[in-house]
Ligand binder design. Structure first.
Ligand SMILES: [Zn+2]
Length: 381
């Protein structure tokens, strides 16, 4: 006769403050104990992710990272220390996670996450957390999770800006946001831009809480969180599966992991540009549009919406035709993207950034906010 799984007294004491949370309870804690999490990258983001997941009682954490600990890592990669300089990051991280929770099982993957092992690794875990710093691994992780039917929590950071993506199977994937891997030369690197360790802490902690939420069954939709630590702002964007997505759409073209598609490129930043905000308010947009060098304002709504109302001077390029009309958008001017409420235009903004546009911002709240706060003569619908 096999007994139902239950927590022992030690575990009840250790996790008492989270067990009492609604949505966790003993059943939730048992789910975390059963969970197997694959952590890609034991760096600036992987450090807080790993520590918080270990402390929360995840049963098994796999750590994939091919690098060794260097002195320039230590200001932000808090899982490592001076005593582990020169050691493989997998070993250094495993020691720290084991200290914070001796009951944790750790699997080391010092070969890193590669085209050769991606599918097999993803299959061994329940969820993948991507804190890596290069596009090749990010896209590989995204595609491997789609093919393997695993949820992916992704994080990236540049300067004071970060994003956390939660991509659930069949609910919108990373490539629904970024269909193609950006050219490495088009975005600044982390080394060029610099980063505060505390910013990694904010984004990494956010990733860890999303991993726990997914494992506890609290997430039903894919989402992207955009975080600007300097501005003290964060925003959640709902995602849905893009029918044209090359990875998860009905006409997907990616059916296997092809080595040539993930050639390593040294480019650790997300498609976020440090000096151009991801979003601007309608007030800021009005200031820019009435300035000496007004930005190009692109309206990505449908023509029938454009016929109802428009912001003077905007150029209509409906979202669906954007890929085919990229040549109409110059790279050397500031571009503002606008739609009805700011959702579609956020996707287009992300898309353009992924395409290498360095100066592109979303108009927060869209034409509806413009009508409410700037020009009431613009009809609302
Ligand atoms: Zn997709």
């Amino acid at each position: 006769m096999s007994a139902e799984p239950s927590l022992n007294d030690h575990e009840r004491a250790l996790y008492s403050r989270q067990i009492r949370l609604p949505g966790v309870g003993e059943a939730g804690q048992l789910r975390l104990r059963e969970a197997k999490v694959l952590l890609l990258g034991a760096g600036g983001l992987g450090s807080p992710v790993g520590l918080y997941l270990a402390a929360a009682g995840i049963g098994l954490i796999g750590i994939a990272d091919p690098d060794k600990v260097e002195i320039s890592n230590l200001h932000r990669q808090i899982v490592h220390g001076f005593d582990t300089l020169g050691l493989p990051k997998t070993i250094s991280a495993a020691e720290a996670l084991g200290e914070i929770n001796p009951g944790l099982k750790v699997a080391l993957h010092p070969e890193g996450f590669t085209v050769d092992n991606a599918a097999a690794l993803v299959a061994r875990y329940d969820i993948v957390v991507d804190g890596t710093d290069n596009f090749a691994t990010r896209f590989l992780a995204a595609d491997a999770c789609v093919l393997g039917g695993r949820p992916l929590v992704h994080g990236s950071i540049l300067g004071a800006a970060g994003q956390v993506g939660v991509f659930l199977p069949k609910a919108g994937c990373y490539r629904c946001l970024y269909p193609v891997m950006p050219d490495a030369s088009s975005v600044p690197t982390c080394a060029e831009a610099g980063v505060l360790g505390a910013t990694c802490g904010v984004v990494g902690s956010w990733m860890a809480s999303e991993v726990l939420a997914v494992l506890l069954g609290k997430r039903q939709a894919s989402r992207l969180f955009v975080i600007d630590v300097d501005a003290g702002a964060s925003r959640s964007v709902s995602l849905s599966a893009d029918p044209a997505c090359p990875s998860c759409g009905p006409a997907a073209t990616l059916h296997s992991l092809d080595k040539a598609a993930y050639a390593p490129v040294a480019c650790p930043s997300p498609p976020i540009m440090a000096d151009t905000p991801l979003e601007v308010t309608v007030e800021e947009a009005r200031r820019l549009l009435s300035g000496p060098t007004p930005p190009l304002l692109i309206d990505v709504r449908e023509p029938d919406e454009y016929a109802v109302c428009r912001i003077a001077g905007s150029r209509l390029i409906p979202m669906n035709s954007l890929s085919a009309r990229l040549s109409e958008i110059p790279q050397d001017v500031l571009v503002l993207v606008q739609c009805h409420h700011g959702g579609r235009s956020m996707r287009v903004t992300q898309f353009l950034r992924a395409k290498g546009y360095a100066r592109v911002s979303n108009l927060q709240g869209g034409i509806d906010a413009w009508s409410l706060r700037i020009d009431p003569k613009v009809p609302r619908y």
